[in-house]
Design a protein around this ligand. Structure first.
Ligand code: 9PG
Length: 780
């Protein structure tokens, strides 16, 4: 157990230290210097803090007093250093807080301001951690800044999240849909939202800075890699600070230890704890109408697919049937149903329930179409731009859509009514709430004391209160950190599509995809990317929704390889698994593939090359059985031509089973060559350590290859016994290793099962599983 936090007065100011980190402060300028004890990594001699006013005035720390005291919060116990700088001439007092915890490797810091003037003080920005790139305040990460990789986290669900090179240009998304700010044009300048990681692959040094609270302000971490600067910025949206009042930035976590993947997992844990994450006990699976029917969906489409699910419960034991966009009269007029749903939405919910599924429904509660009755009746519900006109949240569905003003109590009361009717009146127990970023766009709101983050969260609170604690809320088009605590599930990527890369106009004209905004990046490829790059959120902030798996045989441009790659990415993510096809166009082979994805795996794989390339290619799931470490490794070829890939094995000898080709590759050391992996194809390898006893190698029942379709395994009087669950395909094979012994026969329950010798010491047993039971393989 590492020692608890110690502290003392330093030469220039007090210090704090735990087993991982030493924080030295300076009373003359309020700066902090953090150093990782194990590695000596000190990102800057001086990291400053500042607050700016809406007027542009910059308030920096001068001579500070300090206080050191014990501290405890959701992250644990530790010590807090508070620096206080009184600036009577500026009419403010500035504060900087930094906390070290006894059992956490990171520091958490924030900056505050007290208004000592007579009148209100409109706030500009908080800068709780700022390395300006000059003098002693320069980022010391790498000798070659071009070699640095930056993890740039996107603003909302659909925003690209990926690692880029230190000399690359940042993602160019224009506000307000995918980003809150205009993008930086200069190469090497990045503005990730919520969290950023800067990593030097050469030295292994990594710095994560991310907001672990997001209740008041939107936070971004601006990095200029060649300029050696870093600035965590919380936007205060000109919110007025009343005389005598104090306002704080969000709490910013700074982590200098370990690899970026570990840092992101730790950051996710901290954010989830601080914001009271809701993580469902079981991750949902189901069917969603959107990606086949789009806005053309009818009641009959829902019923036909519902009946199919009922008739295929054994193959597809999913729990949710979710109606997407297309039932409502207009965007904003949620309670008026169009004539494609003649029996109404309450009837449809009861049909879904009667069939044994959770009824789910989509709406975009923070959008108001210019054509809607709600907007016509309540123009005051809309956020306004500088000229007083309704601010545009998105041009979509062939109309202008405005943003709901969460600071307006009447707009929140309207939300309460809408969700009360949908959930308690109609009977929906699952709501997919979409285009949520709209409530956080820049603009004028009815109550100017509401920041964007607060307006967004108060609108979400109205939704959650009306929906109730026991129903499922899936966020979409949503901010990330500010949503934690409200959602059970959250979409973490852009829309999937029945093609690998962005649609050709011909596909739109042919109706394969709906017409959209021209720069919309929807595709299987981009959906897969965020599924990997945001996998650290799953189970920490909510259940990730990686978006739907499309398995249909017609009306798709996805090849067999691409469908399998999409299924592998979603399956290994452990996230929500929603199908979105017309089952009339799903053949038996594709249905078997879908069966392999239900239920979702118990936790997520990790993209081990997250910081090596913009599109990760390795997704590794670690798990344990009876204390033994197992691995499931997906290797993707995201290139547009066939390539040779390599599986790098950990130390020791491993059984390697190739899941998609259903073949045992033997027990190997070092590496395994995978020649000629096709464009956009993948390989999935199940690994377990070589041991001297017979054992189960893998199965082809479920994507986990034994993680959930086998619940236990033991050696009993000359037999290998495995407990088989019904999870996955009914007809399946199980591969076992004989360790030099001959398999003589097998029984599954009372029935004999055939055992085929494969050479290489491996045997295959073919089963049909209708109920859970014991498989016994006798060895001589
Ligand atoms: C329904 C859909 C589905 C889908 C959501 C969302 O124009 N755009 O930028 C744009 C982005 C995403 C989008 C639609 C339009 O899709 O992600 O699952 O529910 O809305 O309209």
């Amino acid at each position: 157990m590492p020692e608890s936090v110690s502290s003392g007065p330093g030469r220039n100011g007090p210090w704090l230290q735990n087993g991982w980190l030493r924080v030295e402060s300076r009373q003359d300028d309020g700066s902090l210097s953090l150093v990782a004890i194990a590695t000596g990594f000190r990102p800057a001699e001086r990291a400053l803090a500042a607050v700016t006013l809406a007027s542009g005035e910059v308030l920096a720390f001068s001579r500070s007093d300090y206080e050191l005291r014990p501290y405890a919060d959701a992250l644990g116990e530790g010590r807090r250093l508070l620096l206080t700088s009184r600036r009577p001439r500026a009419g403010v007092t500035l504060q900087r807080e930094v906390v070290l915890y006894d059992h956490r490797p990171y520091a958490v810091t924030r900056a505050g301001i007290t208004n000592e003037r007579d009148g209100p003080l409109p706030l500009g920005t908080f800068h709780p951690f700022r390395i300006p790139g000059e003098g002693r305040a320069r980022l010391q990460l790498a000798s070659r800044p071009e070699g640095v990789r930056v993890y740039r986290h996107g603003w909302q669900s659909w925003s690209p999240t990926l690692s880029l090179g230190g000399a690359d240009r940042d993602v160019q998304s224009s506000p307000p849909v995918l980003a809150p700010h205009a993008p930086h044009q200069q190469p090497g300048r990045f503005a990730p939202d919520d969290v950023a990681v800067l990593f030097d692959p050469q030295s292994g040094r990594s710095l994560l800075a991310g907001a672990v609270t997001a209740r008041d302000w939107l936070t971004r971490v601006v990095a200029d890699v060649p300029g050696r600067s870093l600035d965590a910025v919380c936007d205060a949206d000109a919110v007025p600070l009343a005389p005598g009042e104090t306002a704080w930035s969000e709490r910013l976590l700074v982590d200098l230890s370990g690899h970026p993947n570990e840092q992101l997992e730790r950051y996710g844990d901290a954010l989830g704890r601080e914001m009271g994450a809701r993580v469902p006990a079981a991750t949902p699976s189901g069917w969603c109408s959107w990606y086949y029917f789009y806005t053309g969906v009818t009641e009959d489409d829902i019923i036909r697919n519902l009946r199919f699910l009922e008739q295929h419960r054994r193959e597809l034991p999913v729990d949710t049937v979710q109606i997407d966009d297309g039932y409502q009269a207009d965007i904003g007029d949620w309670l008026t149903v169009n004539d494609k749903f003649p029996h109404g939405m309450a009837w449809l919910a009861s049909e879904i329930k009667r069939a044994g599924y959770t009824p789910g429904i989509w709406l975009a509660p923070f959008l108001l179409a210019e054509s809607s009755k709600t907007f016509a009746g309540h123009p005051g519900f809309a956020v306004r731009d500088g000229d007083g006109a309704p601010a545009l949240a998105i041009d979509n569905w062939g109309r202008r859509n405005y943003a709901l003003d969460g600071s307006n109590p009447a707009a929140r009361a309207w939300l309460t009514d809408v969700f009360g009717e949908i959930c308690d009146g109609w009977g929906y127990d699952y709501v997919k709430i979409d285009f949520l970023y709209a409530a956080a766009i820049a603009g004028r709101r009815a109550d100017p004391s509401y920041s964007r983050a607060r307006a967004y969260r108060e609108a979400l609170r109205a939704v959650r209160d009306a929906v109730g604690d026991r129903r499922f809320i899936l966020g979409c088009g949503s901010l990330m950190a500010p949503s934690v605590g409200f959602f059970d599930g959250n979409r973490i990527g852009p829309d999937v599509a029945p093609f690998w890369r962005f649609a050709a106009k011909a596909d739109r004209d042919a109706g394969v995809v709906p017409a959209r905004t021209p720069d919309d990046p929807l595709s299987a490829e981009t959906a897969i990317r965020n599924t990997l790059t945001r996998s650290w959120m799953h189970g920490r902030l909510w259940a990730n929704d990686p978006d739907c798996v499309l398995v249909r045989d017609g009306r798709t441009r996805l090849s067999d390889d691409e469908v399998r790659t999409l299924a592998t990415a979603v399956g290994l993510s452990g996230g929500m698994m929603l199908l979105s096809d017309d089952f009339a166009h799903v053949g038996p082979a594709r249905l078997e593939l879908a069966s392999m994805l239900v239920p979702p795996l118990p936790h997520s794989a990790v993209p081990s090359d997250l910081m090596e390339r913009d599109m990760p290619e390795r997704f590794v799931l670690r798990w344990q059985r009876h204390g033994e470490e197992r691995l499931l490794v997906a290797l993707f070829n995201v290139a547009d031509e066939s390539r040779d890939l390599t599986l790098e094995l950990p130390e020791g000898a491993w059984h390697v089973f190739d899941v998609w080709s259903r073949s045992y590759a033997g027990n190997l050391r070092g590496a395994m060559a995978l020649p000629g992996v096709g464009a956009h194809a993948c390989r999935l390898l199940a690994l377990r350590p070589l041991t001297p006893a017979p054992c189960v190698l893998a199965t082809d029942a479920h994507i986990g290859a034994g993680i959930i379709d086998i619940t236990a395994e033991r050696w009993e009087g000359g037999s290998l016994v495995a407990d088989i669950s019904t999870a996955g395909r009914r007809r399946r094979s199980i591969w076992v290793y004989g360790a030099g012994q001959q398999a003589r026969g097998a029984r599954f329950g009372r029935r004999r099962a055939d055992v085929a010798a494969l050479g290489d010491g491996a045997w295959r047993i073919d089963l049909e599983v209708d109920a859970a039971g014991e498989l016994r393989v006798e060895f001589e």
